[in-house]
Design a protein around this ligand. Structure first.
Ligand SMILES: *Cc1c(COP(=O)(O)O)cnc(C)c1O
Length: 371
């Protein structure tokens, strides 16, 4: 069978079937267990809830199928990122992080990694390759970077970083396995917050690490086992359910985002639009080759903080909320968190509402706040 994102999406729905015995439920059972019936030799049996759980193993199996690489599940995106850092780094290592990427990764490094003798530098995503990667143990990329939606060339970063002896970690949260495939582009490790589109219903935090390197996989797995950073079975069950519709949801989200971005660009109340699918995005050519889809996030700049807040509050199809990737479209003004963006900059997360209804609601609220 050919291996494409859609063939993977199709076979994903039938992964469980291959293991089913006659009479077993088609849907995944929720296995709540801290201990297992375990007389005698424990080898090759479920041992204890911190090591084994059938529900998170089923979620991992789906994630591995989608990533085309072995995956480890974590209780959140940050738990997955922490597992990579604490499972692989040692005192004296230097790492490079994006200055414009997910804020918490930087704070984690500043507060905790530095205490263990791991130092870090910051580089802007759009010029991440400048200066090279000599002296780094690990290089962390996030493209498109959240929230500014700048891009960097993952394959070029991987080539340069590998030549300098560094590992490449890619945070693929904004894109999902259906939008971008960093491991195929040369990254050694992928991390993602399944809290966003993979779960997609604003009710669960989850994360995963994917890698084709068995040594890295073992280190991260051991970190999880020893640190106890394990996902809850119910959260894994919810993610498992969410993943069944990810391809469908992400397809609608990205298609709508493309339509909305082009129309927002022409709207008189809008000062600027940032979307990798628009020809005027500074890295549009790279986006067209590196990404399978242009994503579901749009950066939108309105006149002022007040206009932006009024637009969000006045739009009945936009949920004011932080985070992104859910079935319901959401928006927030990022300067409220201190991001280095204009006061009227909004991160718009396009959800699964029918495109034309969503556009009309956005257009109405924009026009009302522009008066
Ligand atoms: C949300 C997010 C994370 C962290 O995920 P949590 O599940 O909230 O811990 C990491 N990276 C990116 C790019 C994110 O958007």
């Amino acid at each position: 069978m050919t291996d494409t994102p859609t063939s993977r999406a199709a076979s994903l729905q039938h992964l469980r079937r291959q293991k089913l015995m006659k009479g077993e439920p088609v849907a995944l059972p929720l296995t709540l267990a801290s201990t297992y019936h375990l007389p005698g030799d424990p080898k090759d049996f479920n041992q204890y809830g911190r090591f084994d759980n059938a529900t998170w193993e089923a979620a991992e199996e789906m994630l591995s199928h989608l990533e085309g690489a072995p995956c480890l599940a974590f209780p959140s995106g940050m738990a997955a990122i922490s597992a990579v850092f604490f499972g692989l780094l040692k005192s004296g290592d230097r790492i490079l992080l994006p200055s414009d990427g997910y804020y918490t990764t930087r704070v984690l490094s500043e507060r905790f990694l530095s205490r263990f003798g791991v130092s870090f530098d910051l580089g802007p995503t759009a010029s991440f390759l400048d200066g090279g990667f000599d002296g780094y143990r690990l290089v962390f990329v996030e493209t498109p970077a959240n929230p500014g939606l700048e891009l960097c060339d993952i394959a070029a970063v991987a080539r340069a970083a590998h030549a300098a002896g560094a590992l490449v970690v890619a945070d693929n949260t904004t894109m999902t396995p259906f939008g971008q495939r960093p491991l195929d582009l040369g990254a050694d490790i992928l991390v993602a917050a399944d809290t966003k589109a993979p779960n997609g219903h604003s009710d669960t935090l989850f994360g995963h690490v994917a890698t084709r390197d068995t040594e890295i996989f073992e280190s991260v797995r051991r970190w999880r086992e020893l640190s106890g950073s394990i996902p809850g079975p119910f959260e894994a069950w919810l993610l498992h359910r969410g993943l069944e519709t990810l391809e469908l949801r992400f397809d609608r989200m990205c298609s709508s985002a493309g339509v909305l971005a082009a129309r927002l660009k022409r709207h008189k109340a809008v000062e600027a639009v940032r979307y990798p699918g628009l020809p005027d995005h500074p890295s549009h050519n790279l986006a067209s080759t590196q990404m399978l889809r242009f994503g579901s996030l749009i950066g939108l700049t309105l006149k002022s903080a007040e206009t932006a807040e009024a637009f969000i509050d006045g739009c009945e199809l936009l949920q004011p909320a932080t985070s992104f990737g859910s079935v319901h479209s959401s928006a927030e003004r990022r300067a409220r968190w201190g991001d280095a963006v204009a006061p009227g900059f909004i991160r718009l997360s396009v959800g699964c509402e029918p495109t034309e209804d969503l556009w009309q609601a956005i257009d109405r609220s924009l026009s009302a706040t522009d008066r």
